[in-house]
Design a protein around this ligand. Structure first.
Ligand SMILES: [Mn+2]
Length: 567
C-alpha cells in the first residue's frame, strides 16, 4: 500500500528538481544581469555645447577641468555671495562618506549657492575638511605596499580656478590624511587667475600651518589647465608628479598604490580608480572597476568595458594594475623626468580638451604604458552641468586641440577623423605641429596602426584590408543602420534598422553569433550559424523592419556593399 505513493514520488521528484533548477538558473541570471548593468553604465554625450560625458545616472565621466564662471553669469548671485566663505562644519555631516541631508529651511539658500560651483556648496560647507571615508579597496590591497618608504617621493599638483574653499581644502586635507608623509615632497596649488577674495590672502595664511609643505603658484592671467599644470610641474621638486583636480577626496592607500607602479616601471603613467562624490549630497559612492579609458572616432574620451585579456588577468589577481588605452586626464601620476623626456604637454593646446588623448597616444606610441591601479581610489565631484567659461570659444579651442592630436599622432586615421568631423577639419590648416612631429620623430615613436593593433584591438577601426562603407538593400534601396541604443559594453546593441543611406560608422564586437557571410554572386547576407538570410520585413510600416528568413533569392534579401573611402 505504501509502494504506490513512493513510486509516484519517484516519478514526480525529477520533475520538481528540474523546475527548481530552472528557477535557480533564472534567478542567478537576473542577478548577474543586474550586476552587469551596475558595472557597465551607459555613457551619453551631451552635445549642447558641453564638453562633458554623462552616464545614465547623470554622472560626469570626464575629469580634469574646473569651474570658472564670472560673477555676472551666475543668476541672482551678488559679489558678496560668491566671495564669502560659509564654511561651517558639523562633526557628523558626511561622516564616512554618507550623504548630507539639507534641512528644509535651507533649501532656498542651497539652490542659490548651487549655481556658483554647480554642486551643493551648502552641503560641502557643512562637511568637516577631514571627514572619514569608506575603504572600497579589495581586502588584499591593505596587505600590499609594506615597503612604501622605498617608493619615489611625489609633488602633488592641484590646479584651481575659483574653486570653493571647502572643496579645495578638503582635497588638500584628504591628501594629508590618506598619504604617508614620507612619500609627499610637497603640495603645489596652482591658481589659474581666480577672482574670489578668499583664495587670496586667506588661503595664503591658511596653508602656512598645514602638516605637509604646501605652496601656491599664481598666474595673473587665465592660462588654462594645460599651461597651469606645466607651471606646477616646472616648480615641482618630487621625483614623481601627481596631478589632482581641485574637488577630489583621496582615500587610504591611494598614493602607495600609484607610486609602487612607478617604482616598478618609471615609464608607466598610472591613474587611480575614480569614485564618485555626488554633486548634490557629497556622498562618496563606489564607482565601477571593470572599465578602462578609451575614445570614440569623434575623439571623445569614453569609458569602455575592459578587454578580454585584462579581464582574464584580473581573475588571477584583481589588485594588479591593468593597462588602459587612454586616461581621463584629471588624476594621474607620472615620473617627472619621463614627463619631460616625453614632451610634457603640447603647449600650443589651449585651456583643456584633448590633452589627455594627446598624452595617452604619445605615452603608448613612444614606449610607455598607461595603467589603472585598482588599489588606488580617489573620489571626484562629478557635476551634471558645467559653468565652465572657455576662453577663445569652445569650438575653436577644443577642436583645434583635437585637430592637433589627429595631425601629430593618428597617421591615416587622422584623415579618417577629419573626414567625418567638420569642426576639426575647419581648423586643421591653422595648426602648426612641426615641433610635435619633430618630437615624435626624435623619440622614434611607433605608428598609430601599431597602437590600434596592439593596445586596443577590440575597437572598431577601418583598415586597408577591411570593408568600410554602407550596406544597402537592393530591393528597398535603404541601408542597414546600427541601433542607437548602447547597453553594457558601450557598444551599439538592440534592433538594427533600415533607413535612408547615409554614411555611418559602425562598431562591432567579434563574437561568432554576430558573424555573417556575404555571397558576392547572390548578394545574400547569410548568418554563419543558422544559414538564414537577412531580409526586409514585408510590413514596411515597421521602421525596424529587419528579419531573418530562409534564403529565397528575392530582391529584399539582396544587399550591396558600397565602399566609402575612409581616409
Ligand atoms: Mn573636475
Amino acid at each position: 500500500m505504501i509502494a504506490a505513493p513512493v513510486r509516484r514520488c519517484k516519478k514526480v521528484f525529477p520533475v520538481i528538481l528540474f523546475f527548481a533548477t530552472i528557477v535557480i538558473v533564472i534567478i542567478w541570471r537576473l542577478f548577474q544581469i543586474q550586476i552587469e548593468n551596475e558595472i557597465h553604465p551607459r555613457h551619453i554625450f551631451r552635445d549642447n555645447n558641453q564638453e562633458e560625458y554623462i552616464d545614465k545616472n547623470g554622472i560626469k565621466v570626464v575629469v580634469g577641468h574646473y569651474v570658472g564662471n564670472p560673477v555676472h553669469k551666475i543668476p541672482n548671485a551678488s559679489y558678496d555671495m560668491i566671495n564669502k566663505v560659509n564654511f561651517n562644519p558639523k562633526p557628523e555631516k558626511g561622516k564616512n562618506g554618507v550623504p548630507v541631508i539639507v534641512e528644509p529651511k535651507d533649501l532656498l539658500v542651497m539652490q542659490q549657492l548651487f549655481q556658483i560651483n554647480r554642486f551643493n556648496l551648502l552641503a560641502s560647507d557643512q562637511i568637516p575638511l577631514n571627514r572619514s571615508l569608506p575603504d572600497f579597496r579589495r581586502k588584499k590591497c591593505s596587505t600590499l605596499y609594506k615597503d612604501f618608504v622605498t617608493y619615489p617621493r611625489t609633488s602633488i599638483i592641484i590646479v584651481f580656478h575659483n574653486e570653493a574653499w571647502s572643496t579645495l581644502l578638503r582635497t588638500v586635507w584628504s591628501v594629508i590624511n590618506s598619504s604617508p608623509k614620507e612619500l609627499v615632497e610637497e603640495i603645489i596649488l596652482v591658481d589659474d587667475a581666480s577672482e574670489r577674495e578668499y583664495l587670496k590672502k586667506s588661503l595664503e595664511d591658511y596653508i602656512q600651518n598645514l602638516p605637509l609643505k604646501t605652496r601656491i603658484l599664481r598666474s595673473a592671467e587665465r592660462i588654462g589647465l594645460i599651461k597651469a599644470r606645466l607651471k606646477g610641474a616646472r616648480e615641482a621638486k618630487g621625483e614623481v608628479l601627481t596631478f589632482l583636480d581641485a574637488h577630489c577626496e583621496c582615500t587610504i592607500g591611494w598614493l602607495e598604490s600609484l607610486l609602487s607602479v612607478i617604482k616598478a616601471d618609471r615609464k608607466t603613467v598610472v591613474c587611480p580608480v575614480i569614485d564618485i562624490i555626488n554633486d548634490e549630497t557629497f556622498a562618496y559612492v563606489k564607482s565601477f572597476e571593470l572599465h578602462w579609458g578609451a575614445f570614440n572616432w569623434n575623439l571623445q574620451f569614453r569609458w569602455f568595458t575592459l578587454g578580454g585579456r585584462e579581464i582574464k588577468l584580473r581573475k588571477n589577481d584583481a589588485t594588479q594594475p591593468f593597462n588602459s588605452p587612454t586616461m581621463a586626464g584629471g588624476l594621474f601620476a607620472m615620473d617627472k623626468k619621463f614627463f619631460y623626456e616625453l614632451g610634457s604637454y603640447d603647449e600650443d593646446m589651449n585651456v583643456w580638451g584633448g590633452e589627455n588623448l594627446e598624452m595617452s597616444f604619445r605615452v603608448w606610441q613612444c614606449g610607455g604604458k598607461i595603467q589603472i591601479a585598482p588599489c588606488s581610489r580617489v573620489g571626484h565631484v562629478f557635476r551634471k552641468s558645467s559653468p565652465y567659461s572657455f576662453p577663445g570659444g569652445i569650438n575653436k579651442t577644443l577642436f583645434s586641440n583635437l585637430a592637433r592630436v589627429a595631425l601629430v599622432w593618428l597617421d591615416d586615421w587622422g584623415n579618417f577623423y577629419f573626414k567625418f568631423n567638420e569642426l576639426a577639419r575647419n581648423v586643421k590648416d591653422a595648426q602648426n605641429v612641426t615641433a610635435r612631429k619633430e618630437l615624435r620623430r626624435r623619440l622614434q615613436c611607433k605608428s598609430f596602426e601599431w597602437y590600434l593593433d596592439n593596445i586596443w584591438p577590440q575597437h572598431f577601426f577601418p583598415k586597408d584590408d577591411r570593408f568600410f562603407g554602407r550596406i544597402r538593400n537592393v530591393g528597398e534601396n535603404m541601408c542597414l543602420i546600427k541601433p542607437d541604443r548602447k547597453v553594457m559594453s558601450n557598444q551599439p546593441m538592440g534592433l538594427a534598422k533600415i533607413e535612408k543611406c547615409l554614411v555611418r560608422i559602425m562598431a562591432c564586437s567579434g563574437y561568432n553569433r554576430q558573424k555573417w557571410e556575404y555571397d558576392n554572386k547572390t548578394k545574400e547576407l547569410r548568418h554563419i550559424s543558422n544559414h538564414k538570410c537577412l531580409d526586409v520585413s514585408e510590413s514596411k510600416k515597421f521602421t525596424e523592419g529587419l528579419v531573418i528568413n530562409d534564403c529565397n533569392g528575392k530582391k529584399s534579401q539582396q544587399w550591396s556593399f558600397d565602399s566609402v573611402l575612409w581616409k
